[in-house]
Design a protein around this ligand. Structure first.
Ligand SMILES: Cc1ncc(COP(=O)(O)O)c(C=O)c1O
Length: 396
């Protein structure tokens, strides 16, 4: 007799994220008493600013512990609309065009589930944040990975994107500042992607998780180009901006049609987001933004240290200068050793955790991602250890 598999086929291609495996191994090493430098983690090391926590505590004390509306508290949508207007010069209707999600990740997931039929294709960057491809697959779609051009701020190779188009191509995703490379597209480069979307009648999904973390130039949302707002889905989050990764508050801003579909899904998936966390999020968006500015200033300081030091280490090369997020993505230039072997050596011999570039797709092969969302001192110690490791590895 044939037994039905316990686990659904949908999960066949889904393994534990590469980052998690590194994190687990790093914890094992730490448990043996060695200090590990956590360059693998993509989350700010800061605490959530106190006025945000205070607002959530007050909400709890007031008894705001029940379900919230499926699309989020009206005051939170109003605060999101206000920030989109001030920060991105975008006007969204808070009743119909904005919804609150469980972080940027659920925003992506709801977006793909709302847009895709089985076999629909979505162009995504290679390398990229792992959940892009997985969320597309889980929604029945096919991720089509297009290489990025390191010398062009890790912008798309649009000629390759053009060749990859089929009649099932439904959308193209842009993520600037970019995880894992730290690349930031210029306004002109974003406009080229937007024009590509228009010419080929594609929806443009803009992952704006790192919109505040830009060290040279200013953030531009592709939705702000004339005629693009209707065609663009913004997936955003408070996670990185306000050091709120554990609060799980993100959002989608898009046309009424898309938001309408995503809310119907949300009714059946999360029902609603944590109510008192939403009160904290209102305080984050409407309060002074000095807390964000000071975190970004500290990231900028670490970035200079990391870039300057990486450039001095033979066997590593920075193609393109990371201008945003909190990542560097050096390439390993030693002839007989892979980036995965370097990453393993760094962790096991030097206690430096980084993520091999392959975890972000074939396009990441030969690189590793280093997140400088750790203290300045840890950045310094970690880079010294990488330098020592590379001295050994160069002799192999
Ligand atoms: C590019 C990108 N998008 C979305 C997310 C998800 O963020 P959140 O923690 O808000 O779900 C991340 C998190 O690392 C990310 O790097």
């Amino acid at each position: 007799m044939d037994y039905l598999p316990i686990i659904s086929n949908r999960l066949t291609d889904i393994s534990f994220a590469g980052i998690r495996k590194v994190f687990q191994r790093a914890n094992e090493i730490e448990a043996q008493g060695k200090k590990v430098i956590h360059f693998e983690i993509g989350r700010p090391d800061f605490d959530t600013p106190s006025h945000i926590k205070e607002a959530a505590k007050v909400a709890l004390d007031k008894g705001y512990v029940h379900y919230a509306p499926n699309n989020g508290l009206p005051a939170l949508r109003e605060a999101l609309a206000m920030r989109l207007r001030i920060d991105k010069e975008l006007n969204y209707d808070l009743e119909k065009e904005i919804m609150v999600t469980a972080g940027g990740q659920e925003a992506l997931y709801l977006t793909f589930l709302s847009l895709l039929n089985d076999g629909d294709q979505v162009i995504i960057p290679d390398p990229s944040f792992g959940p892009f491809a997985l969320a597309i697959q889980l929604a029945g779609g096919i991720p089509v990975k297009i290489p990025l051009e390191p010398d062009e701020n890790f912008s798309y190779d649009l000629t390759a994107a053009k060749r990859a188009l089929t009649r099932r191509t439904k959308a193209i995703l842009v993520n600037s500042p970019h995880n894992p490379t730290g690349g930031c597209l210029t306004k002109e480069q974003l406009k080229e992607v937007a024009d590509f979307a228009v010419e080929n009648d594609l929806i443009l999904i803009s992952d704006e998780a790192y919109d505040k973390m830009i060290y040279e130039g200013n953030f531009v949302s592709p939705a702000s180009f004339p005629g693009m707002q209707e065609r663009t889905v913004i997936c955003g989050t408070l996670s990185k901006t306000y050091a709120m990764t554990g609060w799980r508050i993100g959002y989608i801003a898009a046309s009424e049609t898309i938001i309408g579909a995503a809310i119907r899904l949300q009714q059946n998936v999360m029902l609603s987001l944590c109510t008192f966390a939403q009160y904290g999020a209102i305080a984050a968006l409407t309060g002074s933004q000095e807390c964000v500015e000071s975190m970004v200033r500290e990231f900028a300081r670490r970035r200079l240290l990391v870039l300057g030091r990486l450039k001095q280490i033979p066997g590593l090369e920075l193609n393109g200068i990371p201008q945003g997020a909190f990542y560097a993505f050096p390439r390993v230039t030693l002839p007989n050793i892979t980036s995965a072997q370097v990453a393993n050596y760094l962790l096991n011999h030097e206690g430096v955790a980084v993520v091999d570039g392959l975890a972000f797709g074939q396009g990441g092969n030969g690189h590793f991602r280093l997140s400088y969302a750790v203290s300045y001192d840890d950045c310094r110690i970690g880079l010294e250890r990488i330098d020592e490791a590379m001295k050994v590895l160069r002799k192999l």
